[in-house]
Design a binder for this molecule. Structure first.
Ligand SMILES: [Zn+2]
Ligand SMILES: [Zn+2]
Ligand SMILES: [Zn+2]
Length: 95
């Protein structure tokens, strides 16, 4: 599989928003004491799938996973307006 990218918010604790529990809001990263998501503006996070070759051809515009997508191997992605706006600008597919 080729390089992929996703959009996520980075919490003040340094971990991405989907590492935080959707129930309690606490960070699930081992050793992190963050108890509440304090997410900044969304950013594009490069991601890779583990079921592909790491030395595949480079693509100039890695596909960005649509905001709100679930089951991408990263839990559920945020689909808020800020993420949608960023997605539109980076994907070149502004509605
Ligand atoms: Zn956090
Ligand atoms: Zn954390
Ligand atoms: Zn968002």
């Amino acid at each position: 599989m080729t390089l992929m990218a996703a959009i996520a918010h980075r919490c003040a604790c340094g971990h991405l928003d989907f590492f935080h529990s959707s129930v309690t809001g606490a960070c699930t990263t081992e050793g992190c004491l963050c108890q509440t998501v304090n997410a900044g503006p969304p950013e594009v996070i490069p991601t890779w799938r583990s079921d592909g070759t790491p030395t595949g051809p480079t693509v100039e515009e890695p596909a960005v996973i649509a905001p709100g997508t679930r089951g991408a191997g990263m839990g559920g992605l945020c689909g808020c307006d800020a993420c949608q706006t960023l997605y539109a600008s980076v994907s070149g597919n502004a509605a």
